[in-house]
Design a protein around this ligand. Sequence first.
Ligand code: DGJ
Length: 728
Amino acid sequence: MPISFDESKRIFKLDTKTSSYIFQVFEQNYLVHLYYGAYIPDNGVEDLAMRCCNASFSPANAIIGEHGFSVDSWPMEYSCNGTGDMRISALAIKNHCGNASTDVRYVSHRIFKGKPALCGLPSLYTMSDDDATTLEIETIDKVTGAKVFLLYTVFENYGAMTRSVRVENSSDKPMDIQRVYSACVEFPTMDYNMMHLYGMWCKERTLTSHHLAHGIQSVHSKRGSSSHTHNPFVALAKDDATEDFGEAFGFNLVYSGNFAADIEVDFNSSTRLIMGINPTDFCWRLDPGESFTAPELVMVYSNAGVGEMSRIFHRLYSNHLIRGEWKNKKRPLLINSWEAAYFDFDDDKLVAFAERAKELGIEMLVMDDGWFGVRNDDRRSLGDWYVNENKLKGGLSSLIERVNALGLNFGIWYEPEMISPDSDLYRAHPDWCLQVPGREKSIGRNQYILDMSRKDVRDNIYEQMASVLRNNKIDYVKWDFNRNLTEVGSALLPPERQQEVYHRFVLGTYELMGRIVNEFPHILLENCSGGGGRFDPGMLYFSPQIWCSDNTDPIERLTIQFGTSMCYPVSTVGAHVSACSRTGYETKGNVAMSGTFGYELDPIKLTEEERRIVKKQVKDYHKYYDVIHFGDLYRLIAPTENSHRCAWGYVSQDKSEALFTFVTMLRCQNPTFYVRLKGLDPDKYYIDDETDEIHSGALLMNAGFNLKNRPCSDGTSYTIYLKEVKNK
Ligand code: DGJ
């Protein structure tokens, strides 16, 4: 049984095949954390909570303090504010008297098969009740009457679990939730490196790592979305862990708004991690009888290095987060109009793109920004989702018919949460955007932000979108989001609920996206936010792929895609070949192939030689699709290492085929270079598709692959495709 409860010791044990997570109902019903790490068979681990040392003046509980217990020093399963635990707290609820001291204690629990969905929020799902087991702990803060339910779901076969929290007001007075993190996780030591993904526009999800230090370290977003600057992902890798060995704990929040991941190393050199909605500018009024659900935190444990942590995330998300018709369906090879034309297109130009794209073997044309209202630049018309017939002369249906007649499918661009001041929608409803009375609204990319907390706003945008999608044969939607939230207030909410708006905005976006996905399940939805500014598991619940970055330079993309691969599977990574000039088309293709693959250029401008390469890439895309999209990723050389190279590969589940890619970022002095491959079966023999050389998996992984005579000047790259040979 993946989840058990030892009645005599009152110990909960949550096991996957590789990990155990253990905590106890201690005296006076405090929940005390005991262990998280590699699988252990034992139940008798109650001593693990003890800390010999308290901080100066650590408060002690008057009755059980004599055992050395203090909420200030012991590992607490869900830390509370203002009642003795002076470290970072996961929960603070202000009662009707205005006091935010909080203290939840165990009441009861239930264990059941399967996994419940979270109200209004995206979350991992199960196909059958056998996929996962759930533990729900009921706790109560007797003074406020807040019932706090701690939810744990164990995905036994993945080395993974999910956490969430639900607060119910069982009192007869309102209360204000000031902070409600999705989980608190305790470690007895501080010998970890904190890994996380930072960045900016065109430099998203750059991996960085530093050793834990005493005190608090955190990453967060206050931008209203998960953001370019920090991703809701952190990992703690043991000091001796590497890509392939040692322990790594990965945490990823299924949420697309303001988040915080806070880590505190205390006076005992113990580590506490809390992760959830950012409490800055958050306060949720909970009236009697109401409940609030915190987003889900995914926790992955690997005892085979950071690489295995990533592969667990990839499998888990591919099977239990990505949904709908496109979950396992082959994604179309598309060409997008943005970098080819920006706002400067009409129906004839798009049809000309489609004609040339068809000759190259491309399967879908995506018409990006600029098709609606009078959107001839980025200064107007967001919110006016009707076709600009000056550009698309016979209307949208006629354009789509012409594109379809060439044998291509058709996709379209939206930015549903935004509104231009110069738009019919804004002129009609100036109160529909986020605003704070008396304050000038900040402008970003010439646009304001719709108040997605309002149902009337969502209904209007939904109807506008749905009427285009209902009346035209549209196979794909790119959903963009091009600024951060400011002056976050809603004209409809009372003062005591204004700090709910950030979260209500996210809930509203999820609701709108859910409606589109439900009514148009055949449409492939690709998320985007100025590139990858909203690349998070919350969005992946609705859209199986996300445009990774507006940076299409293949060398800079290496760092972005490398960081993205920490927890997001390759099938989710929107990656295109563009006309940027840093490398030749081979390298652009080899890098974009580690993603959904497509083109973002004017196909008419391609030279004969470039057309030849593109045709070969299209063939390769089909040839390698399965091994890339359904195989396991092995990172060989990080782009940040000193070798000026980057290398990675995909190995099929049965280890019968593999594709490895090598990129030379800067010319290397020594062209002789051995790279040890990974993930192969040591007992199998593999033939190199290009040279017909046959080697064992053991040789390729231990001696390495000799990259003799391979291209090694700046920006060059190549792939090695290996296939198992049965009769060597
Ligand atoms: C930002 C996106 O990242 C681009 O790909 C493109 O869609 C533009 N927005 C359009 O305005």
